[in-house]
Design a protein around this ligand. Structure first.
Ligand SMILES: [Zn+2]
Length: 499
């Protein structure tokens, strides 16, 4: 292996053209599993939400969940796909302990939805992402490898398996390869997953929580020199946040460019993204393609959605996120550029909810794009996971508007909220941060300031009102910024007989 220093990202995309592709798995929010009546709620004692069907016991027969089929068709329609008039489930055979039946019911060559697209906006430019297919399958169970240092199977002393998740309806959405994004490929990948998440949320088909795994993303990346054929692609797994989608593509572009520049070749393989290091590590090699021995599932009847039903689902689709955003932009009075920065910060819904909780759009935008965005950036988390809720931000602004907090104190209160100390009012009271406008308490501080700055006080008495600024500053210092500046000024002038 040749030792090379990693090229800079700019050099990598100057020499090579990236082609990306995304496979997204979405756990549907149906009440019951795909082929049985077990509940689908997240968590729960291991192996308590199971039955003979999802445990694959002999003789148990699956029955397809109509709500899951409806949700999948709605996803396909929202992604401009054609809906199959007739298709079948298929058995994907593999032996792995997270799959109690030793096969997964999936769809193979007859997916429910095919050939759609999703437009995303990046850097003021619209990029059309082709959708290859949207199909329905069942989720696997979860394995837990204990006793080792890494949580991986290597080095573990034992492996535990939880089948609560086995059989939860899972939709797989596969894009066509996306060439031509150039240096913007990482942003395009992120914009796609963001837009897809917003669509799924708007459809109400999933809670789309990447951190809980209800939205999971695999990112394919390859590089080729301009004019040459597409290169060998790698598939990066474990990409569990929007930010990681972007980072994973970027780091894989840099890594592949480094290999290619030094005369090496890219191995077709699965790689794992590490949140800690921000780079990808090799996993399973895919040079020998796994043979899953797919065949049509004999225990289920084919799916033949009535075209009239599909039409009625199409007519009832919610407003697409892009249209919704345009409406918000108009309501908030933002320029295209300002709205773009709101979108880029992942703050659209946060601001929308903050406004719904009573704040003005201007105030909501100020907090989310200012203090909270800065904090999210510093700690490397999504804005939505920064630790403050829209309701809390609205409450904070109410305290400012009501004169209980000034801007500086509000920022300190927000720190407490983010640190989990409670609501803005609770933090303000617990830390004693409220603005002091109580005349009794301020008079003492004002008299002290006058006594300590006799010369300045004389100037004010003599009619130089501008000199009062120095006294106000002294009071603010002794009250640690908590005095109501306007009340202090009035008190000073009153005490000095200058008003
Ligand atoms: Zn079950």
């Amino acid at each position: 292996m040749t030792t090379t220093t990693l090229p800079a990202y700019d050099d990598a995309v100057a020499a090579f053209e990236p082609v990306i592709g995304l496979e997204t798995h979405v756990e549907l929010g149906t009440k019951t599993k795909m082929f049985c009546g077990c509940p689908t709620d997240f968590g729960g004692e291991p192996n308590t939400r199971v039955c003979p069907v999802c445990l694959g016991l002999p003789g148990a027969l699956p029955v397809a969940n109509k709500a899951a089929i409806e949700a999948t068709i709605r996803i396909g329609l929202a992604l401009n796909c054609s809906i199959a008039t007739w298709c079948r489930f298929a058995r994907k055979n593999y032996f792995y302990p997270d799959m109690p039946k030793n096969f997964q019911i999936s769809q193979y060559d007859e997916p429910l939805c095919v050939d759609g697209y999703l437009d995303v906006e990046v850097d003021g430019r619209t990029v059309r992402i082709g959708i290859e297919r949207v199909h329905l399958e069942e989720d696997t169970g979860k394995t837990l490898h204990v006793g080792g240092a890494t949580g991986r199977i290597h080095g573990a002393t034992e492996s535990l398996v939880d089948y609560n998740r086995a059989g939860i309806p899972l939709v797989e959405i596969v894009t066509k390869p996306v060439p031509g994004a150039g240096a913007l490929a990482p942003e395009v990948a992120r914009a796609y997953v963001t837009e897809l998440r917003d669509i799924l949320r708007g459809l109400g088909v999933s809670d789309v929580r990447m951190e809980e795994g209800s939205l999971r993303c695999d990112v394919n990346t390859s590089l080729n020199r301009p004019g040459e054929e597409w290169g060998t692609r790698t598939e990066t797994k474990n990409v569990n946040s929007l930010r990681s989608v972007e980072r994973a593509v970027r780091s894989e572009i840099i890594r592949q460019a480094s290999v290619l520049e030094s005369g090496g070749r890219i191995v077709q393989e699965t790689r794992h993204f590490s949140e800690e290091t921000g780079d990808t590590r090799p996993g399973r090699s895919k040079e020998e393609a796994t043979d899953y021995r797919y065949f049509p599932e004999p225990d289920l009847v084919p799916l033949a959605p009535d075209p009239a039903w599909v039409e009625s689902l199409k007519a009832a689709l919610p407003e697409p996120p892009r249209v919704h955003r345009k409406r918000l932009q108009d309501a908030w009075g933002l320029s295209d550029l300002d709205m773009q920065s709101v979108v880029n910060a992942g703050a659209v819904e946060l601001i929308e909810e903050t406004v719904a909780a009573g704040a003005t759009a201007t105030a909501a935008r100020k907090w989310w794009l200012g203090e909270l965005a800065r904090r999210a950036n510093e700690t490397g988390v999504e804005l939505s996971a920064v630790g403050a809720t829209p309701a809390q931000v609205a409450e904070l602004q109410t305290l400012v508007d009501g004169g209980k907090l000034n801007d500086k104190l509000a920022r300190v209160v927000l720190e407490g909220v983010v640190a989990g100390e409670g609501s803005p009012t609770a933090v303000m009271e617990a830390r004693g941060l409220a603005v002091v406008s109580d005349t009794g308490a301020l008079t003492v501080a004002v008299d002290e300031a006058i006594a300590a700055n006799a010369a300045v006080a004389d100037k004010v008495r003599g009619g130089n009102l501008a000199a009062a600024g120095a006294l106000i500053g002294a009071v603010m210092r002794t009250t640690k910024g908590q005095a109501d500046a306007k009340a202090v000024r009035e008190l000073i002038l009153e005490r000095l007989g200058a008003n």
